[in-house]
Design a protein around this ligand. Structure first.
Ligand code: NAG
Length: 273
């Protein structure tokens, strides 16, 4: 009985010692906490206007300059799983970009050096995408050009097109059957070519592929075929791939330039308002 009491007493003593040891109330600790809070406030203030890419965050370097570093954490409210180009699922696009950032810079937290080359492939968990047969590939080309016409029609009905694109949609609708997807096909190319260099690369295709790849198993192989070895798709390649005649592509060759010029005009008008 006495032995048990002694053990209990020893335990109590030990607990008390631990509590004493953890007590953070020394002056130095308080000062350190205050300094940390001050620094955090300073960073938050300086970084308010600074935009960093996904998976990155702003902080201050030793000279007090704002810099983007790999995010310490991702704060997605509704994380949407993504599949990487290395066929690995990540909790969110931010987590993938953060991991690439850490691995690229050789920082602690990087889970696999190979991830420095991992990019977004498509939204959703990685899944088994069935092979696309030759027959499916041929019909896919037709289906996709028809789909682009439908998309343009739908956007027009929803009044979601720019003024100039609206005119294009009208023109497309007035084309004879079998030709009505010529304009939508070229319009989509111009829309995807964000760098305006008359070719579309993997990154520029992402808005299309990241959504559709898991649904349309022929899209990936189809675009690879269009691109050829250099992995860039020119307007000519895009047109041929989607079943347009050379003459039709030539006829609308300057469409991208016209779209660009009109976009700038419309933006200027908006600014004047
Ligand atoms: C990618 O990952 C999924 C899910 O783990 C798997 O079913 C599929 O076979 C993989 N695809 C390839 C090409 O390895």
């Amino acid at each position: 009985m006495a032995g048990k009491t002694l053990v209990a007493f020893a335990a109590l003593l030990l607990a008390a010692t631990c509590v004493l040891a953890e007590k953070p109330d020394t002056e130095e600790d308080l000062e350190a906490t205050n300094e940390k809070n001050l620094l955090e406030a300073k960073i938050a203030d300086a970084c308010r206007e600074k935009k960093c890419k996904l998976g990155h965050e702003c902080t201050l370097d030793e000279d007090g300059h704002r810099i983007c570093v790999c995010a310490s954490k991702c704060h997605e409210l509704k994380p949407l799983k993504v599949c990487s180009t290395q066929n690995e699922t990540f909790p969110s696009e931010c987590d993938l970009d953060r991991e690439r950032c850490l691995c690229h810079r050789g920082q602690e937290g990087c889970q696999n050096k190979e991830h420095k080359k991992a990019h977004l492939d498509y939204y959703g968990e990685c899944k088994d995408i069935p092979e696309c047969t030759e027959g499916q590939m041929r019909s896919f080309s037709r289906r996709m050009s028809e789909w682009l016409f439908q998309v343009m029609k739908e956007l027009s009905a929803r009044k979601d097109l720019t003024e100039f694109a609206e005119k294009l949609a009208e023109e497309a609708k007035s084309q004879p059957k079998g030709k009505h997807s010529v304009i939508p096909v070229i319009w989509k190319f111009c829309d995807l070519d964000k760098s305006k260099d008359k070719s579309v690369n993997r990154r520029e295709l992402l808005p299309l592929t990241s959504m559709l790849k898991p649904l349309e198993h022929c899209l990936g192989p189809f675009l690879d075929t269009c691109a050829g070895d250099d992995r860039m798709i020119t307007l000519g390649e895009w047109g041929t791939c989607l079943g347009l005649e050379k003459d039709d592509v030539n006829k609308f060759e300057d469409l991208c330039d016209k779209m660009e010029a009109n976009l700038e005009e419309e933006e200027e008008e908006d600014d004047e308002e």
